[in-house]
Design a protein around this ligand. Structure first.
Ligand code: HDD
Length: 702
């Protein structure tokens, strides 16, 4: 290799980066000053990382090249098996802060002292897609929280939906096989809209409640930051006197809930497949730390017995209006991992990770999960020593006699690696501090049973549907229509309509009609007659519980040359004042020149920043700029999509030609807001607090 600096025009830049050219023109970057020297994994310094060892300049490579072999060997083994479900996910660090002592209910150390902070790691995920799939699939989102408590790790491995598809863990492989790509053709990816999924679902009536949720806007969250999380199962809190209280865990986002519409989701997946992870990254990196409150629904056996469903059945909820959740602490995410693989990919969540004071119920889904999560870690992480990885290791003192195995990084020290021992070496049991299972009395026959208290499959599905606002109900009907339209086997569609008839006749007939089904099937035979007297639960609607704030949301501002710099600044200030952010989209990514000659930098060029990426849009255009943009399909789509997705649109008078070309009437509704001065900018930002103008939706046929 020649170390002679190249004599070519880019030599200056090259020299700045300590780059020198080799004989073949390739660039070598050499260590200088304080820069670390590149080494092999064995610590040997590397002289040349650009060329394999050869005989002669054009000769064959040599087996002797240990640097090449080590580098390629390691690369060849970089991948570990992706999670069999929840493969695509994104995590962040933070902390949980306890509000008040819950000693009355639990002896869990994390709940003993007000104000105590416990380190946390959270991983959000989709379920069906593989690791490289897009973020905005119609899917349940995983919401897995690892709390590194003083008495061991506690994992709440939950979802953003409080119920599940199945009642018994033995059906989990069947459920997942059905939703994953069909085995003969290996498609579709990250989609439930295909025959095998709906085949299984239509033959599994217990899934109907969950199906209502998955067809609702809950399955299309706008951001991880705007989702609720649920522990799903009933768990137990156990206090120092060994008394048990049933508990359900709910995480409520401080920024309120928000979802996108299906047409938008499809376009987001193309425009930014990393939409959710980018959102979380940007929020945390900019210091806008997302926060959730942990809320508990606490109840005893008598209360549980007051329902005709079973609180051990994971397809049921206890409506918040009947049992209000109590806030007991807050979870704040304030730090991204240093390395995605080391932390987010290797984190191992396990439902069986509970500290003393938290215990399981007999929910058959939970009981099965308690086997599966340990088992899967060995497959994925390859060693029983996965707890040696920093992300999985407890942050409290821990001592045991487990030893050896692949990649053992710490072994018990001393002569005795067992107990009892008389060498005085190692840890011992603590009946007082150790985990004591709640001493529930169990008896009965051995058998593969499903309790008849699990047999009502439709009442709460109907209750969920009845608790939604009209736009949300429309979205459910549209989702079912879309999904079933992708099902090629007519009998499966009919079976689904037969189930829907037990949930809501109007919903069933709407979907059947939109599918062009000639004859309505009979309602599916129900094991238990569905109840029609359950009160709607407004807490189940996203729209009913909107944040009435635009904080944490994003405005996309389409600009052209010559716009009013003052108006832009006023808009920027108002958006920031609201706790929201703003991104500029321009015809060219180099930005535009405002009327006073100042430069407005752009984040996106028009093709790269479609309006689906934003919660509201503002068109700051001169008439000339708008005229130019009318020729661009991307600019017309920017406006037409924002309108169709019921977003608030602020616009300068100059923008009207573009609105017109996009087929949008500048005076169409109260979501169209002229921007001229500070007052009108304030009106626009205040309107955005409603997030969407759902009243427009009926007029826009998507
Ligand atoms: Fe599961 C991963 C949530 C039922 C078996 N599950 C996994 C993750 C979440 C959930 C959030 C991803 C954790 C992470 O980010 O690493 N799973 C649920 C919920 C369920 C549920 C809320 C029902 C209430 N799961 C369930 C059953 C089984 C599993 C019934 C098996 C019997 N789940 C797994 C698994 C995974 C997993 C195979 C894949 C990767 C992993 O565990 O670590 O063990």
């Amino acid at each position: 290799m020649s170390r002679k600096p190249a004599s070519n025009p880019d030599a200056a830049t090259i020299n700045d980066l300590s780059l020198v050219r080799g004989q073949g023109g390739e660039l070598h970057q050499v260590a200088e000053g304080k820069t670390d020297i590149l080494t092999t994994a064995q610590g040997g310094a590397v002289a040349d990382d650009q060329n394999t060892l050869k005989i002669g300049t054009q000769g064959p490579a040599l087996l002797e090249d240990f640097h090449f072999r080590e580098k390629i060997f390691h690369f060849d083994h970089e991948r570990i098996p992706e999670r069999v479900v929840h493969a695509r996910g994104y995590g962040a660090h933070g902390f949980f802060e306890t509000y008040e002592s819950l000693a009355k209910y639990t002896r869990a150390d994390i709940f003993q002292r007000a104000g105590e902070r416990t380190p946390a790691f959270v991983r959000f995920s989709t379920v069906a897609g593989s690791k490289g799939s897009f973020d905005l699939a119609r899917d349940v989102r995983g919401f897995a929280v690892k709390l590194y408590t003083q008495e061991g790790n506690w994992d709440i491995v939950g979802n953003n939906i409080p119920v599940f598809f199945i009642q018994d863990a033995i059906k989990f492989p069947d459920l997942i096989h059905s939703v994953k790509p069909e085995p003969d053709r290996d498609f579709p990816q990250a989609q439930s809209a295909h025959d095998t999924f709906w085949d299984f679902i239509s033959l599994t009536p217990e899934s109907m409640h969950m199906i209502m949720w998955v067809m609702s806007d809950r399955a299309l969250p706008r951001s991880f930051r705007f989702m609720q999380g649920f522990g799903v199962h009933t768990f137990r809190l156990v206090n120092a006197a060994d008394e048990s209280t049933f508990v359900k865990f709910i995480w409520k986002p401080k920024l309120g809930m928000q979802s996108v519409v299906w047409n938008e989701a499809v376009k987001i997946n193309g425009a930014d497949p990393d939409f959710h992870r980018r959102d979380l990254w940007n929020a945390i990196e900019s210091g806008d730390f997302p926060e959730w409150e942990l809320c508990l629904q606490l109840f005893d056996q008598d209360f549980a017995d007051s329902f005709d469903f079973d609180i051990l059945d994971p397809t049921k909820i206890i409506p918040e209006e009947i049992l209000p959740p109590i806030p007991v602490g807050r979870l704040v995410l304030d730090r991204m991992p240093d390395n995605f693989f080391a932390e987010t990919e290797q984190v191992a969540f396990m439902t069986q990770n509970v500290p003393p004071g938290i215990d399981f119920s007999n929910d058959p889904l939970l009981q099965g999960r308690n086997f599966s999560y340990l088992d899967t870690q060995l497959k994925r992480l390859g060693s029983p020593n996965f707890t040696h990885l920093p992300i999985n290791a407890p942050k409290c003192p821990f001592h045991h006699f487990q030893q050896d195995g692949h990649m053992a990084m710490r072994n018990p020290v001393g002569r005795a690696n067992y107990q009892p021992n008389s060498f005085g070496v190692g840890p011992r049991e603590s009946p007082e501090r150790g985990f004591r299972s709640f001493a529930d009395g169990e008896e009965g026959q051995k058998g593969r049973f499903r309790s008849e208290t699990f047999a009502d499959h439709y009442s709460q599905a109907a209750q969920f549907f009845n608790s939604q606002t009209p736009p949300e109900q429309r979205h459910i009907a549209q989702a079912l229509t879309f999904e079933l339209s992708k099902v090629e086997t007519p009998a499966i569609r009919e079976r689904m309509i037969a189930h829907l008839l037990n949930i809501d006749e109007g919903l069933a007939t709407t979907v059947a009609d939109k599918l062009g089904m000639a004859d309505m099937p009979k309602p599916a035979p129900a094991a238990v007659t569905p109840r029609t007297d359950l009160e709607p639960s407004p807490a189940l609607s996203i729209i009913e519980n909107g944040p009435e704030s635009f904080a944490g949301r994003k405005v996309g501002v389409l600009v052209s040359n010559g716009i009013d710099a003052g108006l832009f600044k006023v808009l920027q200030a108002a958006v920031e004042e609201e706790g929201a952010s703003l991104e500029v989209i321009a015809p060219k990514v180099g930005g535009v020149l405002a009327s006073d000659g100042t430069k407005i930098a752009a984040k996106h060029m028009i093709d790269g920043g479609p309006s689906v990426l934003f919660d509201a849009v503002a068109l700051l255009l001169t008439e000339e700029g708008a005229e130019l943009l009318t020729a661009e399909a991307a600019a017309r789509d920017f406006v037409a999509d924002a309108f169709a997705h019921c977003k608030f649109i602020g616009f300068t008078p100059g923008a009207v030609p573009l609105l017109a070309k996009a087929g949008v009437d500048a005076g169409a509704d109260e979501g169209m807001l002229p921007l001229a001065d500070k007052g009108s900018v304030t009106d626009f930002v205040e309107s955005c607090r409603s997030l969407r103008l759902w009243a427009r939706e009926a007029a826009v046929k998507l």
